[in-house]
Design a protein around this ligand. Structure first.
Ligand code: HEC
Ligand code: HEC
Ligand code: HEC
Length: 110
């Protein structure tokens, strides 16, 4: 009997932990691979974990659970017309992160 109770307690505890656990995704994400970008620039290694400390999930994802998303537009070119730049730079400008904005190698470092 004792064993059964102990087993049940362990089960309930595991279920509870599973329910709270959120999939935060990888700490770093190679966006060139993920978005299948063709081009000569070095891959952007996105610091996903760092960005989770500075921003809310829903600032980038449609829901708080995160997951894949599609950038509207084409990923090509060196300026804001590039959908990826538009996504990254719009927020950096809004949050006064002017350091990173146009230093190519801060993002293209892969
Ligand atoms: C600054 C933007 C940004 C924030 C904030 C952010 N993410 Fe992401 N997340 C991304 C990008 C970019 C990708 C990779 C692109 C893709 O999957 O299409 C991604 C991918 C993911 C994935 C897919 C799995 C993976 O590793 O590729 C999950 C799950 C995820 N994010 C969860 C979260 C959760 C949960 C939060 C909040 C705690 C969060 N993200 C905050 C931008 C962000
Ligand atoms: C804030 C981050 C960031 C900065 C800074 C940045 N880029 Fe990008 N860029 C991206 C992302 C994200 C992509 C799409 C993912 C990838 O290609 O790895 C991209 C894609 C590109 C592409 C299209 C793909 C290719 O390889 O041809 C070009 C061209 C490009 N960037 C040029 C530049 C140049 C030139 C600079 C500096 C003036 C620059 N980028 C600065 C984030 C950035
Ligand atoms: C929702 C807002 C938001 C979006 C979208 C966003 N960033 Fe950032 N990013 C920030 C903030 C806030 C910081 C921290 C600024 C500081 O250093 O005080 C930051 C810092 C950075 C840094 C410097 C610190 C580090 O982690 O190396 C890089 C590089 C960077 N971002 C790349 C990107 C790339 C690439 C994308 C697009 C795929 C992107 N960011 C999209 C808000 C954002």
């Amino acid at each position: 009997m004792k064993k059964i109770i102990l087993f049940s307690v362990v089960c309930i505890f595991s279920l509870a932990t599973m329910a709270i656990a959120v999939n935060n995704g990888a700490a770093e994400i190679n966006l060139k691979d993920t978005w299948k970008v063709e081009g000569k620039q070095k891959a952007v290694i996105f610091t996903h974990a760092t960005h989770q400390t500075n921003n809310q999930c829903i600032e980038c994802h449609a829901t708080a659970e995160g997951g894949n998303f599609t950038l509207p537009g084409t990923i090509a070119g060196q300026n804001d017309d590039n959908a990826a730049h538009n996504f990254c730079w719009t927020c950096h400008t809004k949050k006064n992160n002017t350091k990173v904005k146009k230093i190519c190698t801060r993002c293209h470092k892969g």
